[in-house]
Design a binder for this molecule. Sequence first.
Ligand code: HEM
Length: 505
Amino acid sequence: MSLSPGLVAAGLACGIFILYHTQKARSNPPLPPGPPADPIIGHLRILPEANQHLVFHEWCKRYGNIIYLHCLGRSIIVLNDLESAVELLEKRSNNYSDRPKFRYFELLGWKASVTFMQYGRRFRKHRRLLNEAFNSDICETYRPMQRDLAHGLAQRLMERPEEFDSILNWYSVAIVMRITYGRHVASNDDMYVEMARDASALFANAGPPGGNPIDLFPFLQHLPSWFPGTYYANFARKWSHIVHKLHDYPYDAVKRQVADGTAESSYISTNLERGMERDLSDEEAEDIKATAASIYAAGHETTWATALWFVLAMVLYPECQRKAQAEIDAVVGDRMPDYADRPALPYVECLIQEVFRWQPVVPLGIPHRAMKDDVYNGMFIPEGSIVLANATGMSRDENIYKDPDRFIPLRFRPQPEGNSEPHPEATFGFGRRICPGRHLAVGSVYMAVVTILATLDISRKLDDNGKEIIPVVECQTGLGSHPKPFDCVISTRLIGKQRLAGQTA
Ligand code: HEM
C-alpha cells in the first residue's frame, strides 16, 4: 500500500510534535507534588465541589505548600503559603498577572469586566480608572458618606434586628451604589438593588471559578440547546440580559443626568464629565460601564460577607465583643465613634484583622494564570497553569498562627497579651491583581464594626428550653465565602440609643 505524501507529512509532523513535548517534559524539572490522579481525567474525580479552600489546605499539609493538580488537560497550582504567593504573584508579576478565560461569565455578559479580563492594554486601562477612584486619598473623601450609612445601619438594626442579614446587605450595596452611580439607596426594594441582586444570583449558579462545564469544554457553547451538557450555555444566554441591564441602565441614567446638569457626583458622572470635551469612543463608554459594574459585582458581596462573619464571631466569642465594647466606651464616651478614633482602638483593630484572618471572604482569591513556563524552588510550573492563592491556607498556617481555627483577636498583640502574630496579608490578593477596592472595603468594615459595637449587643438566641443556640461555622459556596444563615439576637444598648440620638439631634 502506498501512502500519499500529504499523509506522510502529517504523520511526520505529529511524530515531531509528540517527540518535542515528551522531550520537553523530560527536560523540565519535576512538577509540584499532589494527590494521586486518574489517567486522562487527572484529579477531576477528587476535585471538591464545595469548600475547595479547606480541602486544598488539608492536601497541602500532606503534600507540601505548593501542590499540582490537573484536570482534563488543565494544570492547577495551589499556593498555600504567603512566601510562594509573594514570590510568584508579586515578585514575578509580569508572568502571573493574567487570568484564565472564564467563558461562562463571558457568555453571561461579563466580557469586559476587569475581574475576569486577560492581562494586557485594556486591563491596564481599567485598573487605571479604578485606581483613580479608589486610591487611599480618594477613599478618605468617601468616609463621611460611609459614616452616615453606618448610622443608618445601626438605626435599621435597632428597628428590625431580626433582619440583620438583609440590613448588612443594604449597607454594603448602598456604599457602592452611591459611589458608582450617585444613587441614594434607602432600602433593599430599590430598583438598582433588585437589578444588582438579580445579576449576583447568576454567580451562585456558576460553580467554582473556571470549573464550570463551559470553562472546561468551551465547544459546548456552540452546540444546539438540546445537546446534553449545554445547560450552562443555555442558562447564560437566557439570562445575560440581566447583566447587560446592570451595565447599560445606570450608565444611561447618569448620562442623562450629566446632560441635564442634575447628576450627583459619582464614578460614572466624573468619567463622563471628563470625557465631555471630546466624544467618547464606544470602547471608552464600554470601559466606564464595565468598570462600574465590576465595582458592584466585586465590592458588595465581599463587604457584606465580612460583616456577617463579624456578627457570627461576636455570637461565638462574646468575651471578644465585651472587650471591644469596653474599649470603645472608654475612648468615645457618649458620642458615636468615628474614623479618627481608629488609632486609639487597638483591640478593635485586632478584632477586625482577626475577622479577615479567620474567614477570608475570597478564600481562594480569583485565579491567576502563568503566561510562560516557570520554575520555582526546583518545581516546574507549566505555561497556562491556573494559579490559586489559598488565603485560607495562609491565614490558618499552624507555623504562624497558634490555634488557627479559633477567633483570638489578641494573637496580633505583643507578649504577654498576645503572640505578635502577623496581620493576614492574603485577604485582598496579590501583585498587579490586588483588590483595587481594598481601601474602601477596610473603611466600610471598620465603620460597620465600630458602629454596631457602640450601639448594639449581639448575643445567642435561646431555644424552646431556654438553652443557648451555638451556631455552627459553615460557609455557602460560590465565588466567595458567605456564612450559612445563623441565629442570633441583636438588641439596642442604652448608651447606643443615646449616642445615635446625639448624632442625629
Ligand atoms: C472585604 C472586602 C473585599 C475583599 C476581601 C476583596 C478581596 C478581593 C480579592 C482577593 C481579589 C482578587 C485579587 C487577586 O486576583 O489577586 C479582589 C479583586 C477585585 N476586587 Fe475586591 N475585595 C473586597 C472589596 C472590594 C470592593 C469594595 C471593590 C470595589 C471598589 C472591589 C473591587 C475588586 C475588583 C474590581 C477586583 C478585580 C481586580 C482585577 O482582576 O485586577 N473589591 N478583591
